[in-house]
Design a protein around this ligand. Structure first.
Ligand SMILES: [Zn+2]
Ligand SMILES: [Zn+2]
Length: 268
């Protein structure tokens, strides 16, 4: 089986990852991957917004490092992308970023449910104790749906990120998931099957099998993502992600080039 492209990986510019792009690419080659994509955390309008992303003046350096990885690994297809945080009101900034380089794709991600709380931040885990899980999940999925409707992105990252630390609502979230997935379908977005969840407390791929099955029913396309923050995480647990995709009924995943989508068979 040849593994599908790994479209979500980070670099040390985001200040919480290790391994230069060329080292991650070398790991991909070792695993037999044919294609990868770098999607590091994009800058915010203010560099002091948080401390886990590149600064705005590092974008060119990021692009140069990805180009260096391409030179060192000519047999590997390497895409240039960003994981962009969606916050309501930030649309103009995202449009500006989109025009700075010829990105192959942009991944839209919601980490912030307010301007100050990133729900996946270990430093802010105590915030979860102040709120009901359903309140957080609802706010998160509302923003994720807005991100899908914004028309700014090609792929939506880790769609059920609020499960990371295991804070699940007792209530039924089906309506939240459906609203998001219908927006993704309508606006032509893919969702990623992100294996980083297997490395967190939730011990499950993002998103859950239930969401993946519903996405398949609606015809929402998929990509595969390790969300690697270190070379050894490249392509990690991809066999499991492929199995999840297949069990939900997927036969194809997608590739991107200069923000145009192409469907490709998932090898078995
Ligand atoms: Zn990260
Ligand atoms: Zn993320």
């Amino acid at each position: 089986m040849s593994l599908p492209p790994d479209y979500h990986m980070h670099t040390p510019l985001c200040r919480h990852a290790v391994g230069e792009p060329a080292q991650l690419a070398a790991q991909a080659v070792r695993l037999g991957l044919k294609e990868i994509g770098f999607s590091d955390h994009s800058p915010m309008p203010r560099d002091d917004f948080d401390e886990w992303r590149m600064r705005a003046d590092q974008l060119d350096e990021y692009v140069a490092q990805v180009e260096q990885a391409r030179r060192e690994h000519p047999g590997l297809v390497i895409k240039l992308a960003l994981e962009v945080d969606y916050l309501p009101g930030g649309e103009d900034w995202i449009r500006d970023l989109a025009g700075r380089h010829s990105w192959d794709y942009l991944i839209g991600a919601v980490h912030y449910v307010s301007d100050s709380w990133a729900i996946d931040s270990p430093a802010k885990i105590s915030e979860w104790k102040n709120r009901q899980p359903m309140e957080v999940w609802t706010a998160y999925f509302e923003r994720l749906t807005m991100a899908a409707e914004s028309g700014l992105f090609d792929i939506i990252a880790h769609a059920d990120l609020p499960k990371k630390f295991g804070f699940y609502p007792k209530e039924d979230c089906t309506a939240l998931f459906n609203r998001f997935l219908e927006a993704a379908k309508k606006h032509g977005l893919a969702i990623e099957l992100n294996t980083a969840g297997l490395r967190k407390d939730c011990k499950e791929i993002y998103p859950s099998p239930k969401i993946v099955r519903r996405a398949a029913e609606l015809g929402v396309p998929i990509t595969f993502a390790s969300d690697a923050h270190a070379p050894e995480e490249v392509g990690m647990n991809f066999a499991e992600a492929v199995q999840l995709a297949r069990s939900a009924g997927y036969k194809e995943s997608c590739r991107f080039a200069k923000r145009r989508r192409e469907m490709v068979k998932i090898d078995s």
